[in-house]
Design a protein around this ligand. Structure first.
Ligand SMILES: C[S@@+](CC[C@H](N)C(=O)[O-])C[C@H]1O[C@@H](n2cnc3c(N)ncnc32)[C@H](O)[C@@H]1O
Length: 429
């Protein structure tokens, strides 16, 4: 595939952080041109140009506070490299550059910045991702509303929509094609063995009617996707410690969505004193069967709800007076829209004023930038729902997991990061 000389110049100007040339070229060229060999975009190249350079401490020092010149283009040309690169990224993004396109190395521009330790550039790319994802979230809602609207309204909204411009369409398409909105426990991740494994996205309906293989250390679905694995135990333990910090005065009232291996429910039960009321919602028949014969099911105060939380919770809310001190959410094969629905509709209705809410934060966990973008997106959405969130850093030894063969027999790794951010939300104020 050949590209035009103008597109070629654009790629070069991005590599050189040549802002005046870029501005002029962007009047007629899309910022989403790709180098035919590497598939790198101007954003990739603006960051990758540091690949074989080291930034001297002198240049580094000047990155702080050296932006107050007033001599226009001349000043711009003499900016320190990182500042020029930052401005280059910002210019490209303002002109509609896609934040998350992949090159042949399977890297987004932000992945390159992360790999090279270029924090200011990485942050520009994370913020671009957050803006794009928030916008798509809003637009999805808008479009869903549109579907039922009268033609007349559609026309009006269509006009408004036009203001958002082609970039949104381009970006939306890119997001769908290249990196779907991550599922809570993503199943469309980098294959362990790229040569043999293809991504098979799992829907909730398919999962709930599939036959699971249940071992002591993991649960897999029919396609060998990891539903739950024992390496998450320390995350579950820390989650309970943060949701129910001891000493507790009285047995807390807790609600858990998704039993899985029963790990978090066991930790809830070992709090002192144990829960006075412990509700568990589970939808998969095999897991329910296991739960019904478990020790936990015999404990005082344990109430098991069979079915999808989407069907169980409206009844629980309508039946009246029940609220909880701690709520935990960890399902499988559901996307972010379901988590958001859960905290906007049900946490609000079911959490005590002083209560705490947490969830398994596995959004985008196969790629650092996706994880960082979704952490910010969820934080903003939680805030909009009236919940402020503390994020607790938890080390995950993913290298050791690899060495121990933790992922053996699992279709794909749904976790590939060194750090887990544990969310603990409570009502604002
Ligand atoms: C990752 S596991 C939960 C693991 C659990 N936190 C633990 O500590 O073992 C997810 C569980 O959610 C259940 N699940 C998935 N979708 C559900 C839904 N819509 N309603 C209720 N449970 C669901 C799955 O069957 C599975 O048992």
């Amino acid at each position: 595939m050949d590209i035009s000389p103008e597109a070629q110049s654009l790629l070069l100007a991005a590599t050189d952080h040549n802002l005046p040339t870029l501005r002029s070229l962007l009047k007629s060229q899309t910022p989403n041109v790709q180098d035919p060999t590497t598939l790198r975009t101007p954003l990739h190249l603006a960051i990758a140009s540091f690949e074989n350079k080291s930034i001297s401490s002198e240049e580094d020092a000047t990155t702080n506070g050296h932006t107050n010149g007033s001599n226009g283009i001349a000043d711009e040309l003499s900016l320190p490299p990182i500042e020029k690169a930052t401005k280059t990224l910002e210019l490209l993004l303002q002109n509609g550059a896609i934040w998350n396109s992949l090159d042949t190395n399977n890297e987004t521009p932000g992945c390159i910045a992360y790999r090279l330790g270029l924090t200011p550039l990485y942050e520009v790319m994370v913020d671009a991702g957050v803006r794009a994802e928030l916008l798509f979230g809003r637009l999805d809602g808008y479009m869903a509303l549109d579907d039922d609207d009268e033609d007349e309204e559609e026309e009006e909204e269509g006009e408004e929509g036009d203001v958002i411009d082609i970039t949104v369409d381009e970006q939306k398409q890119s997001t769908e094609e290249e990196e779907e909105a991550p599922e809570l426990v993503s199943t469309d991740q980098t294959p362990l063995d790229k040569a043999t494994e293809e991504a098979i996205p799992v829907t909730s309906d398919v999962y709930l009617s599939s036959t699971l293989s249940i071992d002591d250390d993991k649960i897999l679905d029919e396609d060998k996707n990891g539903v739950m694995m024992s390496w998450e135990s320390h995350i579950m333990s820390l989650t309970v410690q943060n949701l129910l910090p001891e000493p507790l005065q009285t047995g807390p009232k807790v609600l858990n969505i998704g039993y899985g291996m029963g790990i978090i429910d066991s930790y809830f039960q070992s709090s002192t004193p144990p829960p006075s009321s412990h509700h568990i919602i589970e939808a998969h028949p095999q897991i329910l069967q296991k739960l019904s014969t478990s020790e936990i099911s015999k404990r005082e105060g344990v109430v098991i709800h069979s079915g999808r939380w989407q069907e169980v919770l409206p009844k629980l809310v309508n039946d009246g007076d029940i609220t909880f001190d701690a709520i935990y959410f960890d399902t499988f094969a559901e996307d972010y829209s379901q988590l958001k629905l859960f905290f906007t509709e049900y946490v609000i209705a079911l959490l005590n004023p002083e209560g705490k809410f947490s969830f398994f934060n596995g959004l985008g966990a196969d790629r650092q930038i996706a994880y960082d973008v979704y952490k910010k997106v969820v934080d903003i959405d939680l805030l909009e729902a009236g919940l402020e969130t503390e994020w607790i850093e938890v080390a995950v030894d993913s290298k050791k997991m690899e060495g121990d063969g933790e992922w053996k027999g699992v279709r794909r790794k749904y976790w590939d990061l060194e750090k887990y951010w544990l969310p603990v939300s409570r009502f604002i104020g």
